[in-house]
Write a protein that binds this ligand. Structure first.
Ligand code: ISJ
Length: 180
């Protein structure tokens, strides 16, 4: 399954992207590692983990009802500045099975776990421009992040023993202060 077929709003990165964000939106490796290489101090600020109402295409990608999924939301900070709002979603049936590590991540970066396990495969990245109406744009604003226009995001599925973990990363304005 490629994410670009799940819904019409997420597209393969081949389409237009703002040049300064192109590297961030298309890098298939760990975003944590990319940020760490461009700052002195990297940190993860957990915001919320628990049951969450999902968009319909998210729920279908993780194979559960819209109100039943479990999400983890964090801010990735570079030298204290929030540069990414990450929203990860898993089917609760997998929290005690294939995705048990999702429960105790805390302030560690999820990517450190995902990219350390050779049994985890990643689907191709899909990108999207989020305007003020999108739920994730609203969540970013609700966290007090100053946003004056659309935000660009990317998402992909991490698969472990056939079970999906959907990771969506919304790039915040301060990402432009890091080297591309
Ligand atoms: C998937 C990665 O993990 C990052 C860290 C996350 C977290 O701690 O919740 C979520 C998504 C990513 O921005 C990565 O580093 O690429």
């Amino acid at each position: 399954m490629t994410l670009s077929r799940a819904g019409t709003a997420w597209r393969s990165p081949a389409l237009f992207m703002p040049p300064p964000l192109r590297g961030w939106l298309t890098d298939p490796h760990s975003l944590t590692a990319r940020i760490r290489a461009r700052c002195r101090h990297f940190s993860v600020q957990p915001l919320r983990t628990g049951r969450a109402a999902l968009a319909a295409d998210e729920a279908s990608l993780v194979g559960c009802g819209r109100a039943r999924a479990v999400s983890r939301e964090v801010l990735l900070r570079a030298d204290g500045r929030p540069v990414v709002f990450a929203h990860s979603v898993v089917n609760p049936r997998d929290l005690h099975g294939v995705w048990h590590m999702f429960r105790g991540v805390g302030s560690r970066p999820l990517g450190a776990l995902l990219f350390a396990d050779a049994r985890i495969a990643r689907s191709p990245l899909a990108v999207r421009r989020l305007d003020w109406r999108h739920p994730l744009h609203r969540r970013v604003r609700a966290e007090g992040i100053a946003v004056s226009g659309p935000l660009w995001a990317r998402r992909s599925l991490f698969m472990r023993h056939g079970r999906p973990l959907l990771v969506t990363e919304v790039f915040l304005p301060a990402i432009s202060e890091l080297a591309p």
